[in-house]
Design a binder for this molecule. Structure first.
Ligand SMILES: [Zn+2]
Length: 495
């Protein structure tokens, strides 16, 4: 359905977005939830290990995951012809977080149990102090009967960890602008009164990591016993046979547990963790679903729309650390997914020529959050380039190639915005500041695809909690859906 979203439809995305943020604190939970949402709207899961030749059809909707932390979804128009373009939205679904160390067990210090964690990208900054932190992530469990390794997601439901600030009464150390992230930002996760107070904790290091769980696997014995117990107990909810010795490894994150919620006098704000960039990921996925489903029926098994193109959304892991891992945007994940799709649709007769034609006929929105104007620091923003909340997506310009935006791609998206009744804002950083990067340049250069950088504006980027407008999730869906809906007409103006 190619209608523009009404105000009520825009608003209807607010609460589901809050639920998405609160319910999916780790990148693994977020990707899993996106996959289940796609499945419920008629998207079929493809496996990278299998041939796609007879699996992809015109009118079909599909998704493929990598590492459980990146996901690409796409829908092939019913009137697709070989060589036609792909309309792509690329976002990143990872967020600043802290990761539990391989062997996180710490000696009990002054009666506290502590946990070894490491910052992912710029996390563990001062906004992480005195927050209620939870623990969750991906656990590899060996199935005793089959011997197969299964991945299970786990999150403990209550705040477990806390990085305590030092009261100002202690003077200089409390005001240190650069606390040591290895020694002064170690979360406490419990009390231990079992032994004598350990005043020389480091001397006790050699006793750690062995013999703590007698008879259990090597992995579990390297982890804090009470954490192992808590995770095992949680896993037993859906599998009563799981014991600590069945856990062969895990990737756990420590995250903000405070729910995403509405704020402001008339609830015009969203205060939430992990906005960057689950916000544009959420909006892009919902836009793909809305553009390729007939929302007037409850039948979600219906085929894709009758367009002539492939509509694609990629939500990538690892953007915050440079994207150069197999599930990152700098990998072959997106180009190879499009190549395999084009080949499958050509009956296995795909060629480099056909793939390059698809890229050349395509257009990509690199959708990452932008900076909303902060009223207390107006002078750090460039005049007329300072986006506001609840207005719409901001085009991100940068003269030095940190984004993909140029005159043609701006004009292209402006035409899309006109057709779907959306407003575009513009952001550029001042000459005396430093522009951040996105997945746009790496992906558009890998595919030779025209591209623009455009995302929703937020306050407090890289803080543990950020602010956007209550309408911003829906305004993102509105523009991105318009991009998919009107791609063919707008592209025809540019050929
Ligand atoms: Zn970002």
């Amino acid at each position: 359905m190619k209608n523009s979203l009404s105000t009520a439809e825009v608003e209807s995305y607010t609460q589901p977005f809050l639920d998405f943020i609160t319910g999916n604190p780790t990148v693994f939970h977020a990707v899993d939830t996106v996959a289940r949402r796609l499945e419920s709207h008629g998207f079929t899961k493809l496996l990278s290990r299998e041939q796609w030749k007879n699996k992809i059809k015109k009118g079909g909707k599909y998704f493929v995951e990598r590492n459980g932390s990146s996901i690409i979804a796409f829908a092939v128009g019913r009137n697709y012809e070989c060589g036609n373009g792909a309309a792509v939205i690329a976002a990143h679904i990872d967020a600043l977080t802290t990761k539990v160390k391989p062997i996180p067990t710490k000696p009990t210090k002054a009666g506290y149990v502590q946990l070894g964690i490491a910052p992912y990208a710029g996390a563990l900054n001062k906004t992480w102090w005195d927050r209620d932190l939870g623990i969750g992530g991906k656990v590899l469990v060996k199935d005793r009967s089959t011997g197969k390794i299964q991945t299970k997601l786990v999150k403990l439901d209550h705040p477990i960890a806390r990085i305590p600030t030092l009261a100002p009464h202690f003077g200089a150390p409390a005001y240190d602008p650069h606390p040591n992230p290895e020694t002064q930002m170690v979360p406490i996760i419990g009390l231990d009164r079992s032994g004598a107070q350990d005043t020389d904790a480091l001397s006790d290091m050699s006793s750690l990591g062995t013999g703590l769980l007698q008879g259990d696997s090597l992995f579990a014995s390297t982890q804090p016993p009470r954490l192992v117990n808590a995770i095992t107990k949680k896993l037993k909810i859906d599998d009563s046979a799981t014991t600590a010795s069945d856990i062969i490894n895990w990737e756990l994150e420590v995250f903000d547990t405070q729910p995403a919620q509405l704020g402001g006098l008339d609830k015009e704000f969203i205060f939430a963790p992990r906005i960057d960039d689950k916000l544009c990921s959420y909006a892009a996925i919902e836009a793909l679903i809305a553009s390729t489903s007939d929302t007037s029926t409850q039948d979600n098994s219906q085929p894709s729309d009758d367009d002539k193109i492939i509509k694609v959304v990629g939500c990538f892991d690892d953007e915050e650390i440079g994207s150069l891992l197999r599930q990152g945007a700098r990998s072959n994940f997106l180009p190879s997914t499009i190549e395999r799709t084009v080949a499958a649709l050509a009956g296995g007769q795909g060629s480099p020529d056909l793939v390059s034609q698809t890229f050349a006929n395509g257009f990509m929105i690199s959708a990452d959050v932008s900076h909303a104007v902060n009223p207390n620091y107006l002078d750090v923003y460039l005049e007329k380039h300072a986006p506001q909340l609840n207005v719409g997506v901001a085009v991100q310009a940068d003269p030095n190639g940190h984004t993909t935006t140029n005159s043609v791609s701006t004009a292209f998206l402006q035409r899309v915005a006109e057709k779907c009744d959306s407003k575009l804002q513009v952001f550029q950083i001042r000459n005396d500041s430093r522009s951040g990067g996105t997945v746009g340049p790496m992906l558009s250069s890998a595919m030779g695809m025209r591209a623009i950088d455009a995302g929703l504006p937020q306050l407090s980027m890289h803080s543990i909690r950020a602010t956007v407008g209550n309408l911003d999730p829906g305004l993102g869906v509105k523009l991105f859906k318009g991009f998919f809906d009107h791609f063919e007409e707008v592209d025809a103006e540019f050929t």
